[in-house]
Design a protein around this ligand. Structure first.
Ligand code: COA
Length: 170
């Protein structure tokens, strides 16, 4: 089985916060940040599998700090763990006050992507090899997160069975 280093999947993105990107509190709109997160994570996933990859789930997005128009927003993503056909991606969001240089972790997120073959079915992905302390820590704790996801997926499927697909006006 092919192996790749975590560093081969690492991506960075730095952006300004424009007036059209903010909410009523003048801080970065959560949906905008979630879109950045999904976007960069999908690139890390593709760098690993070199195939089409879809988002299977987002564990959560923890918004730890507001991001203001005087800040830059930086995102870093990399593959932290791989299953047979799935890839766990970690995204770290840093806000930097452009006037003082102060940096804070503004958000973190774990996402799972699945590689799809030409038949649109899940296909095997290369294994990931961690090197740095941070990468190793995330790799070692991934089994536990994968188990939680497995339970949640089963619960979500049961839950979906109860839900109606009729529209309110029908
Ligand atoms: C994700 C998807 C491809 C999985 O297909 P499937 O036929 O159910 O495949 P499987 O049950 O064999 O699962 C394949 C892998 O995905 C993982 N997986 C599937 N759903 C998952 C979820 N909700 N969370 C985490 N992992 C998930 C499985 O654990 C398995 O991992 P492994 O091969 O590493 O062990 C399918 O559910 C899908 O197409 N979903 C929609 C994706 C999409 O459109 N995303 C864009 C969002 S708008």
């Amino acid at each position: 089985m092919e192996k790749k280093f975590v560093r081969e999947t690492r991506c960075f993105k730095v952006a300004r916060v424009f007036p059209t990107d903010v909410n009523n509190h003048d801080t970065l709109f959560g949906g905008k940040l979630m879109s950045y997160i999904d976007d960069i994570a999908s690139i890390s996933a593709s760098k690993l599998c070199r195939a089409s990859a879809v988002t299977a789930s987002t564990d959560s997005v923890d918004f730890l700090q507001p991001i203001r128009q005087t800040d830059s927003v930086s995102l870093e993503s990399f593959v932290t763990y791989t299953g047979r056909t799935s890839m766990e991606i970690f995204v770290k969001v840093i806000r930097e006050d452009l006037l003082s240089g102060e940096r804070k972790i503004a958000a973190t997120s774990f996402l799972t992507f699945v590689a799809l073959g030409e038949d649109n079915r899940p296909m095997e992905v290369p294994q990931i090899v961690p090197e740095t302390e941070e990468e190793k820590k995330l790799f070692e704790t991934a089994d536990e997160r994968a188990l939680m996801r497995k339970h949640r997926r089963a619960e979500s499927k049961k839950f979906a069975d109860y839900l109606l697909t009729t529209y309110p006006w029908e």
